[in-house]
Design a binder for this molecule. Structure first.
Ligand SMILES: [Cu+2]
Length: 342
């Protein structure tokens, strides 16, 4: 029999009991033992979770996952303003009703998105003249491009993406300032341009700075190369399901469009051929790059300097497809390659 006066409240379970009085600290010994047992289990759980997190980080490293999300809504691009250099996977979600692409322009030092606006304005002025049928005046206008424009390095980026779809591209990104732009056209106006003062078109400024990521390049099951001399070459047989393409730029030149060559993946529905699609792949045509796109674009790699390789992952169904460059006379340059997935 324990008198009520000897009963104390346990500091752990908060129940009145006799044993608590023997600990001189208001803690029931059996309660304390259960607590320590649970605490030990909890500590073990923390260690296991930490190991699990470490394993996940290791797996992410193995999976080359240094991911940057970019989102397209209407005519705007949203995403981070700053990322670290190195191998980076850009996951793009195109929520808009139009086909767009995201070309990375590596800008000369100290220039920004407002300097880029001046370039877009010159291209639009030239395009307006082409649309009006005055080619000669248009090319004279392109001569007004600022001298620094020659120092812009086009550094890839996700290719043409159909409306309401997603795409994933992995490429090495060096340090520097990039302007991400889309110059697909709607009603003859480049998306990258707006006539509204103090407003920007479809552009997004991205600074690449800091310690490089340790991610590495993915492994491709299909190898594509492009050059001004051999055009687009494909090694491997595309199959239904997830396919990883590598795209190697064997060389790079300035084409008659003032831009280099790239590789875009498109599904050819019905009787569509690359000959029919090719004129759309030239922005200098009034109908070129004009929305809506005449075919379903599944992504690609925008132009990169010679020696660079980028990777993209797509899910293919059986059907007819083409790898085609966004350049004037893509077929004549051997930069339009049809293939079939069984
Ligand atoms: Cu666009």
């Amino acid at each position: 029999m324990v008198s009520n006066s000897l009963l104390l409240y346990c500091g752990i379970c908060h129940r009145k009991n006799a044993l608590a009085s023997y600990t001189y600290c208001s803690i029931n010994i059996s309660c304390l033992m259960r607590f320590l047992s649970k605490a030990t289990s909890f500590f073990a759980l923390v260690v296991i979770l930490a190991m699990g997190c470490q394993t996940q980080e290791d797996q992410a490293e193995k999976d080359h996952v240094n991911v940057v999300e970019l989102t397209i809504d209407g005519l705007s691009i949203s995403g981070p303003d700053e990322i670290t250099p190195g191998w980076t996977t850009f996951r793009v979600r195109n929520n808009s009703e139009m086909t767009h692409f995201l070309l990375f322009d590596k800008m000369p030092d100290s220039l920004d998105v407002w300097d880029h606006k001046n370039v877009a304005a010159v291209f639009q002025e030239g395009m307006n003249l082409i649309n009006a049928g005055d080619q000669e005046a248009a090319f004279a206008t392109f001569g007004k491009l600022p001298a620094w424009y020659q120092d812009v390095v086009f550094w890839g980026g996700p290719g043409f993406i159909a409306p309401k779809s997603s795409f994933e591209l992995t490429m090495f990104v060096p340090e520097g300032r990039f302007i991400i732009e889309c110059y697909v056209k709607t009603n003859g106006v480049f998306h990258s341009y707006t006539s509204i003062e103090d407003a920007l078109g479809m552009v997004h400024q991205l600074d690449v700075t800091g310690s490089p990521s340790t991610s590495t390049s993915p492994v491709a099951n299909l190898e594509v190369s492009i050059s001004s001399t051999e055009g687009i070459q494909l090694t491997g047989t595309p199959e239904a399901g997830e396919q990883v393409f590598s795209v190697e730029f064997l060389d790079q030149i300035v084409h008659e469009s003032f831009l280099g060559h790239d590789v875009q993946l498109v599904r050819l529905d019905g009787d569509m051929t690359v000959d029919e699609l090719a004129p759309w792949m030239n922005y200098l045509n009034p109908e070129g790059l004009e929305t809506p796109a005449p075919a379903l674009f599944l992504g690609g790699v925008n132009e990169m300097p010679a020696g660079q390789t980028a990777y993209f992952k797509v899910n293919l169904d059986s059907g007819r497809y083409a790898l085609i460059a966004e350049t004037p006379n893509a077929v004549g340059k051997n930069m339009a390659l049809e293939f079939t997935v069984e």
